[in-house]
Design a protein around this ligand. Sequence first.
Ligand SMILES: [Fe+2]
Length: 454
Amino acid sequence: MRNIARTHQFEALEVEGEIPEVLRGTLFRTGPGVFERFGTTVHHPFEADGVVSAVRFDTAGARGAARVVESQGYLEEEEAGRYLYNSSASLLDYLRSHKSGEMKTTGNTTTFYWQDRLFALMEAGKPQEMDPETLDTLDHVDLGGVIKGAFSAHPHYVSALDTYFNFGLRYGRTMEVDLYALPAEGAASHLGSFEAPWNTIVHDFAATDKHLVFIFAPARLVIWRALTRIGGMSKLFRWTPRMGCQIVRIPLDDPERIERFELDAFWLWHTVNAFETASATVVDICAYPRLEMDFLTVDRDDAPKPHLERLILSGDRVERQRLWDVACEFPIVPDQLQGQAYDRSFFHLQRDAHFELGAYTLSTGCERSWPCPDGHEPSEPIFVPRRDAPLQGWLLSLVADTKQSRSYLAILDTERLDDGPIAKVWFDHQIPTTFHGCWVPESELAVTAPAAAE
Ligand SMILES: [Fe+2]
């Protein structure tokens, strides 16, 4: 909950070890980075303005940048000299700024690269476009009038369709879920919308080449708190386990024909992957016993732990299975297996109080990991495929060395995770916690090629 110490354009980073010659491109990440403005600290990290960071490997070597997401709402607040949009705003300012239904797009949850454009996303707002070359903040967008309300922070790629799918929530008397398709080529489209069973938080979903799957956990929005923001984000949702979870499956070829499944209460932030079998839709998730909104600040021993679990939707039934007993979060599988059967996934792990970056192979139960040194806090690992063997490659994780107050990008070889990073690329300051990001290969990045380094 401390502001980023400094922000900057791309500048040379210090390299320890050897960066693989073929690793060319940019890792973009974002997270809450400006917690205190106008002498006030936000009540919850989700409300903090985003900082987009980037590490770029090209002919100029390794360079890094970190810039605040200066959204329209952020600039309005700068001009007013006070918060207008979050729970630190006065009730009058809060109500006035939300009259139009617009939220401030803090862009603090993920970066998303689509059709040569970079976006910083947060689930309650529209995509906030950023310049991939400079990380300058551009406008928020609705992709040609397609995005009706919000655009969530977990677009899912389905390799068989070469398309990203995403959703947006519209809160109200009932909660509506808008469905979006963003093909690799061509225009984005609104696939339809459906009514959620109750007003709640839905952070992620699952997509295959046949279905979209949503899990509604019993974290009910407390309406009067939503209207006044009293109690902030922490108290906005009430955990009501007796209601259980509702799962909604939507066929892509007929989005009106939705199916609903019921099962006992659990919580999830993230899905791992999903795929179809002859008779079922399989959805793998990181499941928690309950919601803890203060997961970033609560004592780690007290926080509920996530585990890899499988939901099998078949006929009118859903079966839930535990797959692995290690606490795992921030899952990632190679792009080419997203929406398809897969075997190995990569995670941010926690064993006792220690963090690791690791892999788990379903068919063999094989575990591989790098236990991070004490005081080193890794982010979500991002998988970068080798061109000649796309299920192998590198894991990139932005690690905060909290003793030195510096962050480094750890580069790990996925086939030798136990050896630890083959290279570390150091910022001279600490980047606050980042949630999610994306890797864009040099060949797909719409930026001007720099001059070769001397
Ligand atoms: Fe997330």
